[in-house]
Design a protein around this ligand. Sequence first.
Ligand SMILES: [Zn+2]
Length: 286
Amino acid sequence: MLWPADYSNRWTIAEEVSLAGVGLHSGLTSRVTLAPSTSGGLSMGLMDASPVPLHHRLAREQCLCTALQLPTGLVRTVEHLLAALAGVGVSDVQIHVEGQEIPLLDGSALPWVDAVATVGLHPLGGQRFPLVVRETACVQAGDSHVLALPYEGLRLSVAVNYPSRAIGQQFYEVELNPGQFVEHVAPARTFGFEEQLDALRSAGLIQGGSLQNALVCNARHWLNPPLRFTNEPVRHKLLDLIGDLALVGCFPQGHISAYRAGHALHTQLATRLAMSCSAPTTAPNR
Ligand SMILES: [Zn+2]
C-alpha cells in the first residue's frame, strides 16, 4: 500500500470495510464499519443513527480512554481508530458503530491500518489546511503537560517516566507523515501495570483486557514479551496523542510536545488549538 506523502490533500476510503472485536473496558463485542464519504471530515454514528461530524467538544473525560458523546449515546475508546484514520491521511470517512466501545483488537492501530489498506484510499481532490500554531500554548496538570509550539512542519515529541524498570524514562519524536505513522507508530500496543489490574477490574474497567491485547509489566519486567519496539510504550503514548488530536479535524502545523500526559490533557490541548489557531492563507508544502 502506497500511503499519501503528507497530510495536505483530502482522502477517503475506496470501499466500505468493517471490523469486530471486544472493547477494552466493557468487554463487550462491537462492530465498526467504515464507509466512504465525500464531505464532512470524520463523522461517527451509533447503530442506524446518522453520523455526526467529530469535534473536540464531543470528547468526555473517562478513566484510561477517550470517549465521545454522540446524540444517541456514548462511545468509548475511540483513540486508536481515530489515530489510524488520521495517521494514514484519511480526512473524510463515516464511522458506524454497533456497540458502546470501539474494539481494542491487538491494542494498537495496526489492525485499523490494515483494514484501510485492504480497500485502499480514494482521492477527493481538495486540499486540507492545517491549524497553524502561531504562539506557544500549554496545558498542564501536576508535573504533566502538553505544549504546542510554532514550527514549520508537524513534529510530535512524547516523553514518559514510569517507576517500573520495564519502562523507566522513554522519549520518542517523529516528523509525522503517513508512512512514518504506519511503520513506526501504528504497531505500538497499549500497556498496563500488573499491580493496577485488580483495582481497575473491580472498578468495572478493562473487562476486555488480556495479555493478548495489552502489554503488561510489573516493577521489573514485561509479563508478555516480546515488544514490537524497545520503546513501544512511549510510541503508544504518541499514538494516543494522534488519536486525540484527530478531534481537531486536521493536524496542526506545529510542534506538539507531551510529557507524562494522558487523554485528558491531549483533548484539552486539542480544544485549545481549535480555539486559538487559524488556517494559513496558503497550504504549507510538507
Ligand atoms: Zn491507547
